[in-house]
Each structure stands twice: as structure tokens, then as C-alpha cells.
Design a protein around this ligand. Structure first.
Ligand code: FAD
Length: 599
């Protein structure tokens, strides 16, 4: 049974009952996920000087087991995709039916455990490109430090890079640039390569390298598009998952770092517009509502889906929504829960007509047990390399009236913000160095094509009838037809790749949608099969000026408030052309410097 005293386990102090929480801490961090644990670890590092103290209000899934985790950590660490389907450690949220996807709904996957989504993700460890982060800065306004040069030092700090095995690197042409990686001994998020790669990948690599316009950067982490090998978030000793829990929580024994599990924050408490603490409840019911004070700052790290819920329930958000929900408006901030974006993908399926294709028949796809993640190769491609029609698509996009493609009655600030987004996105569309398409290369024929920038913007808002229930997630997938145009070009790029002369001997045939499917028929097929998320939700508390639908400023402080910040994936103003965990670790590391600087 739970004890009254904090437990000294292998971790930061774990509290399991609200009553164990002190009255006040320096920092109260909401959410023990990817960003939250990173910030807490770094802020409490100076603990010997008795500087900051903080509590986490982490949530765990309802579990009948009286253990810290419904799923043992060794299982989480050793597994890969299996975690996607584990109901014990993720939320149960489904989107509203997507009108332009034939009314299909989408399961919203996010981690609900210590470690958050980093405990269940696919461990792909990439960053995106320079023009994309320069776009973040441009949307932030003059003098923004969130451009490529301003984020690179924090990417370097956020992980400890382990180069691939020498023979493996030589045989597979795995190159890397030590200038863009860090090896800080105090950083325990590891970026490593498996010790086995299927030799069948070599012909796939060669065929992609020959595609017109495909660059081969020395290291994809250097901010360039192209064909490159990338690491996995795993250690290079056991080849187990490296995530925010193992990197910023396990093996830490500090009296000033406490985590409360099985509780959920409902709202932020204020004195005027100064945040003073939070109100929280037990996930198991009972004990009523509890409060804890923050002497220095409340930091919300609840992730893109729940951060807007906490803000809106605190009276910070779109006025009409708050009034409808009968929540008194503390700060009218139209952008909270708006601007929502995620990567979208589908599979173009092929079969080899002749044998096993380039994969030697006696080798299994995963090879050695040390390869716990998917193959570490991909092509990340700009629109001008995907299609010769790129300028036509850009011209169509930049002449659109944003109001036509945003939710009805969008606030003028949100519309003004989209105009800015459209301007920056048009630049990215013209760049060969912004990643519009990701083709993960696994050795099989065909496969996933992923749109890495999405121009349809969705919403994540509280349910006016039940604001404490899970929020209402609406991707508004394909609501802007430009996303359909680009996905159709992505499919055609895959066809060009599979028609490569290198594959002729294996006689590839397209099984779905089918080689002759084109035009309107292809667009209809996309609507039937598109998955509007790669579980990379962003932008519901975007770092932009308030007048452009932004929620946080350059220091990640919530507009119109004091002592309240957001540090998680929700602050990204536009998608990086990359899976989002490395960007989230970077955001957290940069936030720590910003937080320390203002104290
Ligand atoms: C299935 C899946 C696969 C993915 N694959 C990859 C991949 O291969 N590579 C990659 O780079 N990225 C991947 N991602 C994305 C990446 O993991 C996320 O972008 C990143 O982890 C998000 O970090 P975060 O800190 O914003 O949120 P999270 O890590 O989700 O943390 C939010 C935390 O807040 C807690 N919380 C929420 N509401 C409350 C509340 N009211 N009170 C208290 N606590 C609360 C949550 O329980 C959670 O612990 C994947 C994600 C998923 C879900």
C-alpha cells in the first residue's frame, strides 16, 4: 500500500498521495513527460546549493496494480512499436470525425506515464532543417533567437551521441558530423546506431541516391535535406530505449526533485494575472481538489493535447469558447488550442514480382536483437525535388484566402497569424532544403510516404459540456486541398523511385492504390487511407505574437500573464521536417536557460 513518506527508489522522490506534497515549491512543473522531466532535472541540478525545488504533477494511467508503473520500465525500455498498442501507458482519445477523410476518426496516441510520449515513441531521432527553424524565428518576430543558429547549441546539449560501429559505417556509408552533436557526460539521452543493418538496404540506398536532385549531406542533423542515416534514441550498451525517464529521472536522488504520480492538474491559480500555483485532483478520485504554490514559476509541460486544456480551464483562451463553457475570462488569448498541426502519412504498397527483391532471402528484417528500432535510413526531400510542378502548387497556395480554410469564425488574430504562416510556408515550399516528404527506407518495396509540413490547421479545445473530460481533437485533415496536392505528388515520387532501373530485375508491382490510379481517383483514395498524424502534434500554444494567434512569447511565457510558461511540443509554431522528440528535448534545454536567466 502507498506509504506516507516519499519513496527513495532509483528515481527522483516519488510522491503518490496529494497530501505528501509540500505547500510551496520554487517551480511547479505540470506533466512528467518528455519536456517536463528534462526541465525538472536541469533546474534541480544545482540542488546542492539548495536552490530550486519543484514538484511534478505527473499523471499515470488508472491501474489496478499498486506499482509505480502499470508497465514495468524494463518492458518499456526494451520494446519498440509494441508500445504503440499498449493501453496501459497511453491516453484513450479519439478525434472527431474528419469531414475530408470520409468522416473517419483517428486515435490520438500520446503517452500517459512518467516519460510521457518518449516512453511509447518510435525512437527515430532527427531534427529537421535550417530553413524550418529560421521559419520559427521569423514567425516569432524581429530579434528571435529560435533560428537554426539559436537552437543548434541546445540540440547538441540535449543528447549524447554515440557514433556507429566503424565497420558498419564503412560498409553502409554512414557518415556523421561531430560538429553538430554533443557528448556531454551530464546528458543521458543517448543517440546511437544499431549494431546490425540489413545488407538489403544497400541497393535501396543506391537507388535513392540516384534520384534526380537528391542530396547526400554528411549528417542530416546538420540542418540539410537529403538521403541520410540517422540514430535511434537508445543506449549503445544494452540497446534499450533512451527516453526522458531514463535520461532525466532514473538514478537521480535529490531531495529537491519530487514527482507526484496518479494526479491530474485541473487549472492554474492566479493572483490577478500572476500565476501562484496549480489546483490538482487524484486520478483515483477522493481527497477533493488540492493546491500547491509556486514561488517562482508554473511551467506547463502537459503536451500539445492537454496544455491548451489546462490554459482554457484557467480562463486563458478564446473568449467565445470560455463564455460558452461558463469559465470566467482571465486573459483573452484567441490562439490557445488553435494552429494545431501534425505530420500525415499513408502507404503505397508494392510487391516484388521476382523473389525477395534486394533483400537476401536468408536474412530477417531485424537481424540481430540489438536492432530494436526500425531501419535508420530515410530520404527527406524538398518540394522542388519531389515534383516539377512545385511552382504551380506554391502559386495556388500563396494566393489562398486563409479565412476560407480555417475554422468558421476564426478570430482575426488567428487569421492574421495564418497569413504569416502562409508567407513563411511558401518560402519553405520553394526550398530544396525544407523536408516536405519523408520516405523511410526499410528494404521492402514501396512503403510509407509522409507529408512533413501540413497546411490544414486543426483545433484542440475543451468540451464546453464537460471541460474536464478529454479535449476535443480535430485535425481538420485535408481541409486545405494543398495537402491533397502535395500528398498526390509524394505518391508519384514513390512511383518514380520504384521505377528506378536498379529495381527492374525484381519486377515491382504497385498493389495499392494501383499504378493506373491518378487524378481525382487518386485524391479519393488518399481521403480513404490517409492517417492524419504520425503522433507529432504541435502548435496549440504556439510561440508567436498574440496578434498572430500566438500563446507564448520568445521566453515561452504565456502572453498577458506573469510567472506562467509553457515548455513542450505545443509551442512549436510550425512543424519541423522531423519527428518531434529531438525538437522537444531541444526546446526544454533552451527553456531552462531562459527560465534561469529571468530569476
Ligand atoms: C506513438 C508515438 C510514436 C512517436 N514516434 C516518434 C519517433 O519515432 N521519433 C520522434 O522524434 N518522435 C516520436 N513521437 C513524438 C514525440 O515522442 C513527442 O513529440 C514528444 O515526446 C512530446 O513531448 P511533450 O513533452 O510535448 O509531451 P509528452 O511527452 O506527451 O508529455 C506530456 C506529459 O504531461 C502529462 N499530462 C498531461 N495532462 C496533464 C495534466 N492535466 N496534469 C498533469 N500531467 C499531465 C502526460 O501524462 C505526459 O506525461 C512519437 C509519439 C508517439 C505518441
Amino acid at each position: 500500500a502507498p506509504t506516507e513518506e516519499p519513496e527513495k527508489f532509483r528515481h527522483a522522490h516519488i510522491l503518490r498521495r496529494g497530501a505528501q506534497v509540500k505547500d510551496a515549491y520554487d517551480y511547479v512543473i505540470v506533466g512528467a513527460g518528455t519536456a517536463g522531466l528534462t526541465v525538472a532535472d536541469r533546474l534541480s541540478e544545482d540542488g546542492k546549493l539548495l536552490l530550486p525545488e519543484q514538484v511534478f504533477i505527473g499523471i499515470q494511467p488508472p491501474s489496478k496494480l499498486l506499482t509505480f508503473l502499470a508497465v514495468p520500465d524494463s518492458v518499456i525500455q526494451r520494446s519498440n512499436g509494441r508500445n504503440f498498442f499498449d493501453p496501459g501507458i497511453q491516453y484513450n482519445i479519439t478525434s472527431v470525425p474528419q469531414i475530408d477523410m470520409n468522416e473517419r476518426e483517428q486515435q490520438v496516441r500520446i503517452g500517459c506515464c512518467v516519460g510521457g510520449s518518449s516512453a511509447i515513441n518510435g525512437m527515430v531521432f532527427v531534427r529537421g532543417t535550417k530553413p524550418e527553424y529560421d521559419g520559427w524565428a521569423e514567425l516569432g518576430g524581429p530579434g528571435s533567437t529560435w533560428n537554426w543558429d539559436g537552437v543548434l547549441p541546445y540540440f547538441k546539449k540535449a543528447s549524447h551521441f554515440n557514433p556507429p560501429d566503424e565497420m558498419l559505417a564503412k560498409n553502409f556509408n554512414i557518415t556523421w558530423d561531430p560538429e553538430v552533436w554533443g557528448q556531454d557526460p551530464n546528458t543521458h539521452i543517448y543517440a546511437s546506431f544499431p549494431n546490425f543493418v540489413n545488407p538489403g538496404m544497400i541497393p535501396m540506398y543506391k537507388a535513392m541516391a540516384k534520384m534526380p536532385g537528391i542530396a547526400i549531406p554528411k549528417d542530416g542533423a546538420g540542418g540539410k535535406s537529403g538521403l541520410f542515416w540517422f540514430p535511434t534514441s537508445m543506449d549503445n550498451i544494452k540497446y534499450w530505449r533512451s527516453y526522458s525517464r531514463t535520461g532525466h529521472y532514473d538514478n537521480i536522488n535529490r531531495t529537491n526533485y519530487e514527482v507526484l504520480t496518479m494526479h491530474k492538474v485541473k487549472k492554474v491559480l492566479f493572483d490577478g494575472t500572476t500565476a501562484t500555483g496549480v489546483q490538482f485532483v487524484s486520478r483515483e478520485g477522493g481527497n477533493g481538489t488540492l493546491t500547491v504554490k509556486a514561488n517562482k514559476e508554473v511551467i506547463i509541460s502537459a503536451g500539445t493535447v492537454h496544455t491548451p486544456q489546462i490554459l482554457q480551464n484557467s480562463g486563458i483562451g478564446p473568449k467565445d469558447l470560455l463564455e460558452k463553457t461558463k469559465i470566467p475570462v482571465l486573459v483573452e488569448l484567441p490562439g490557445v488550442g488553435q494552429n494545431f498541426q501534425d505530420h500525415a502519412y499513408l502507404s503505397v504498397n508494392y510487391q516484388w514480382g521476382n523473389g525477395t527483391g534486394p533483400i537476401p532471402p536468408n536474412i530477417t528484417q531485424t537481424g540481430s536483437p540489438s536492432s530494436i528500432a526500425g531501419p535508420n535510413l530515410g530520404a527527406w526531400i524538398g518540394l522542388p525535388t519531389i515534383t516539377d510542378d512545385w511552382e504551380k502548387i506554391v502559386a495556388r497556395y500563396e494566393t489562398q484566402d486563409p479565412a476560407q480554410h480555417l475554422p468558421q469564425n476564426s478570430h482575426p488574430y488567428v487569421i492574421a497569424g495564418y497569413k504569416e504562416f502562409q508567407r513563411v510556408h511558401a518560402k519553405l515550399l520553394r526550398s530544396r532544403d525544407a523536408n516536405w516528404l519523408w520516405v523511410p527506407i526499410g528494404g521492402g518495396p514501396g512503403g510509407i510516404v509522409m507529408s512533413m509540413h501540413i497546411v490544414s490547421h486543426g483545433t484542440i479545445n475543451i468540451d464546453p459540456d464537460d471541460p474536464d473530460a478529454e479535449p476535443i481533437v480535430d485535425y481538420r485533415a485535408l481541409s486545405n486541398p494543398i495537402d491533397l496536392d502535395i500528398m498526390a505528388e509524394n505518391i508519384k515520387f514513390m512511383r518514380k523511385f520504384m521505377n528506378s532501373s536498379d529495381f527492374a530485375q525484381y519486377q515491382p508491382t504497385e498493389s495499392s492504390p494501383g499504378a493506373n490510379v491518378d487524378g481525382q481517383e487518386l485524391r479519393d483514395w488518399i481521403k480513404r487511407v490517409l492517417i492524419p498524424t504520425n503522433f507529432h502534434p504541435i502548435a496549440t500554444a504556439a510561440k508567436k505574437p498574440k496578434e498572430f494567434g500566438g500563446v507564448v512569447d520568445e521566453g515561452l511565457m504565456v502572453h498577458g500573464t506573469k510567472r506562467l510558461s509553457v515548455v513542450d511540443g505545443s509551442i512549436m509554431p510550425l512543424l519541423p521536417g522531423a519527428n518531434t522528440q529531438q525538437p522537444v528535448y531541444m526546446i526544454a534545454e533552451k527553456a531552462v536557460d531562459l527560465i534561469k536567466a529571468r530569476q
